[in-house]
Write a protein that binds this ligand. Structure first.
Ligand code: SF4
Length: 81
């Protein structure tokens, strides 16, 4: 696998994965198996769970290989926009 950072987009959240940092703890796969499934070619599918749940799981990654960015911050519902 190359060490390029992978980006997985869903409407409300973007998840990035840095293969060079992953320590293969399996925390992500055990915690949210519908989103993180290495049997699939596109192994991260953030659209298959609530964005908040994906974000919570990503934050448990012990190596920092997984990161996320919420979208729509400051979007149509933001009173300051
Ligand atoms: S939780 Fe992080 S370190 Fe563990 S397998 Fe998933 S991406 Fe790799």
């Amino acid at each position: 696998m190359s060490n390029r950072i992978q980006v997985y987009e869903a409407p409300e959240i973007a998840v990035t994965f840095d293969p060079g940092k992953c320590i293969h703890s399996g925390v992500c796969i055990r915690g949210l198996p519908q989103v993180f499934d290495v049997q699939r070619k596109r192994w991260v599918r953030p659209e298959l769970a609530a964005a908040a749940d994906v974000a919570e799981q990503v934050s448990r990654c012990p190596s920092g290989a997984l990161q996320y960015e919420m979208k729509n911050a400051g979007g149509a519902n933001c009173p300051l926009a």
